[in-house]
Design a protein around this ligand. Structure first.
Ligand SMILES: Cc1cc2nc3c(=O)[nH]c(=O)nc-3n(C[C@H](O)[C@H](O)[C@H](O)COP(=O)(O)O)c2cc1C
Length: 234
């Protein structure tokens, strides 16, 4: 019932937005772009809010409220609309939910134990690798499938997958879902590729933890434009 109400409000807002003329769209005072000459197609304020309010929330802060499969599919659906050179669509996602989280947990801690050997073994790392998947509602392993011909440079395939992850991240933010992308643990180990059914040329790019979250979104900061942009004007 709540969901129907939520969707109805969303639908009405969308219809209202489509009916609004350009002037009223501009009245919303977009955060990033206030040039009245520029045609506005979507609510830029909302988009900017989602981008700027996206935060990494570690699974230790998730609550136990589950995320349904339909919602996860909606995230994955948005992921696939990322740009991809040559339309190779190199992303491969393995989604661990329910008992699948135990499969990931067992793999992580037991493989760590084997690889670390007696000398390097650390019980705290083992415990963390074991516990983490259970804290999440879902964990998506991020894979990059190398194009058979190898025509598209590998870096571009990695970039495309990163764009797909950001699509999921922003979608999660819009849905009020907490997410965390980690490249720790066994991400770059051959054993991870085997576990995920990836081949030697493919790459695991990390784990994407998803869960619900009750706390306030943490704040963050970024450097000013002059730190990362060089304008060439002539
Ligand atoms: C590819 C990638 C890998 C990451 N791996 C880790 C990680 O292993 N451990 C970690 O604490 N954070 C990891 N992060 C999250 C960053 O620490 C986080 O994005 C950064 O602190 C900025 O915070 P924000 O995402 O909330 O803006 C990773 C982020 C990216 C993009």
């Amino acid at each position: 019932m709540l969901k129907i109400l939520e969707y109805s409000i969303y639908y009405l807002r969308e219809v209202k937005m489509k009916c609004n003329d350009r002037k009223s769209l501009l009245n919303r005072r977009p955060v990033l772009y206030t040039n009245p000459v520029q045609q506005m197609k979507y609510y830029l304020t909302e988009l900017s809010d989602i981008i700027r309010n996206r935060r990494s929330i570690k699974p230790e802060h998730f609550n136990s409220r589950p995320i349904d499969k339909e919602t996860l599919s909606a995230l994955l659906e948005n992921a696939k609309w990322a740009p991809t050179h040559g339309l190779t669509q190199p992303w491969r996602f393995t989604v661990f939910i329910g008992e699948g989280l135990a499969v990931l947990s067992d793999f992580q801690c037991e493989t760590y134990k084997e690889l670390a050997g007696k000398d390097k073994y650390n019980q705290k790392i083992y415990d963390k690798l074991k516990a983490r998947p259970y804290l999440a509602s879902a964990v998506i392993a991020i894979g990059m499938k190398r194009q058979a011909s190898g025509k598209i440079p590998e870096i571009e395939e990695v970039q495309a997958v990163a764009c797909a992850v950001q699509n999921m991240f922003l979608t999660a933010t819009a849905m009020g879902i907490a997410a965390y992308w980690t490249t720790g643990g066994l991400t770059y180990k051959d054993e991870m590729n085997t576990f995920l059914g990836l081949e030697e040329a493919d790459k695991c790019l990390g784990l994407f933890y998803l869960g619900n979250y009750d706390g306030e979104m943490p704040t963050s900061k970024r450097k000013e434009e002059n730190y990362f942009v060089k304008w060439v004007t002539g």
